[in-house]
Design a protein around this ligand. Structure first.
Ligand SMILES: [Zn+2]
Length: 341
């Protein structure tokens, strides 16, 4: 009999314990995984007039490709984009489509502005409007299957802040950290979890060395039960796995793997993130970092094809209530730490 690798043996054994129905679903899922995923856009349902809440309204033509409605009660008109990021934006849909293409390609603001015929300032505003909407898609992500978790660190950046901006008071810098122990408060800790299927979660959790509570703010209730959590030997994850009732594989220090399990996917997730921030965007301000994390999740890590992503993103922003206005983009905190709930 041919020798089977441990990895395949684990999958084979797990497969044997599936129900007949799950076996069929599994075979189907691996057969079709190379095909581009079809986006299943749910058209945003208009249920009432945003002016008077009346449910009596009818169609009233289209503007830049968007359906308009007229209220039979108050006589005012409204559209499907009244509560989306497109509200009060005059550019045609075709320009947004081009813009989204540039985003998926990770073009710089300058190049994007040139291609779309908009100012770099508008390009910047649109980037964050779209990423604000994308945050809402990310908030719904729940990791399942084999989930690898680890943090990564970036230096605090106040790039782009006004000259007389007051720097937040920080602890003394003590040189570059080699380990979590030596981390200074000038290092932004990003807690992350990914699965082997292209789903990912990441957010700024704290400054300096993370505690269990910091990592929990990002990952608690975001990993489905019966998942396997794979981490390095950092103790906080022991408690996290216990609190969330997950099977836990700990990779000891100076080891790459235990059996079939390793943390290579999360390591490569971190390097693609840093590569994008440094090479495509020449460093980003901590203020906007959470938005670039969802950018990385969607553009670099998710498994859909590029054209699939363009369609998914367009459908998402058209159908998502998000009142991110241009004037408010810059008003977020310089260091956006999670709110204590
Ligand atoms: Zn009305």
């Amino acid at each position: 009999m041919q020798k089977i690798s441990n990895e395949i043996e684990i999958i084979r054994q797990l497969f044997g314990s599936l129900s007949e129905k799950d076996k069929k679903t599994f075979i189907k899922s691996i057969k079709f995984q190379d095909e581009p995923s079809k986006s299943e856009a749910i058209k945003r349902e208009i249920t009432h007039c945003p002016h008077c809440n009346s449910t009596e309204f009818s169609k009233n033509g289209k503007v830049s490709g968007f359906q308009r409605f007229i209220c039979k009660e108050c006589g005012k008109t409204f559209g499907t984009r009244n509560q989306t990021i497109f509200y009060a934006v005059k550019k045609d849909m075709e320009v947004w489509k081009q813009y989204i293409h540039c985003m998926i390609e990770k073009y710089s603001l300058r190049k994007t502005a040139e291609i779309c015929g908009i100012s770099t300032r508008t390009a910047f505003t649109w980037r964050h409007k779209i990423l604000d909407a994308l945050q809402k898609m990310q908030d719904k992500v729940r990791l399942d299957g084999v989930v690898e978790a680890d943090e990564t660190f970036l230096s605090l950046s106040f790039k782009g802040h006004h000259k007389n901006f007051n720097l937040p008071r920080l602890a003394k810098h003590r040189g570059e950290p080699a380990t979590r122990r030596g981390l200074s408060k000038e290092q932004v800790c990003i807690s992350c979890g990914v699965n082997l299927n292209g789903l990912s979660i990441s957010k700024i959790s704290n400054l300096g060395k993370p505690k269990l509570q910091d990592i929990e703010k990002v990952l608690i209730n975001k990993i489905q039960k019966d998942s396997i959590l794979v981490t390095d030997s950092f103790r906080a994850y022991l408690k996290l796995a216990k609190d969330m009732n997950l099977s836990h594989i700990r990779i000891p220090r100076n080891h790459y793997k235990i059996g079939a399990f390793n943390i290579q996917t999360i390591n490569s997730y971190h390097s693609r993130l840093k590569n994008m921030l440094i090479h495509s965007f020449k460093g980003v301000s901590t203020k906007y970092l959470n938005n670039y994390l969802v950018y990385n999740n969607f553009v670099n890590f998710a498994k859909e094809s590029r054209s699939g992503k363009e369609q998914i993103l367009l459908d998402h922003i058209i159908n998502t209530e998000c009142l991110s206005k241009s004037v408010n983009i810059a008003n977020r905190p310089a260091v956006p730490l999670p709110q204590v709930s």
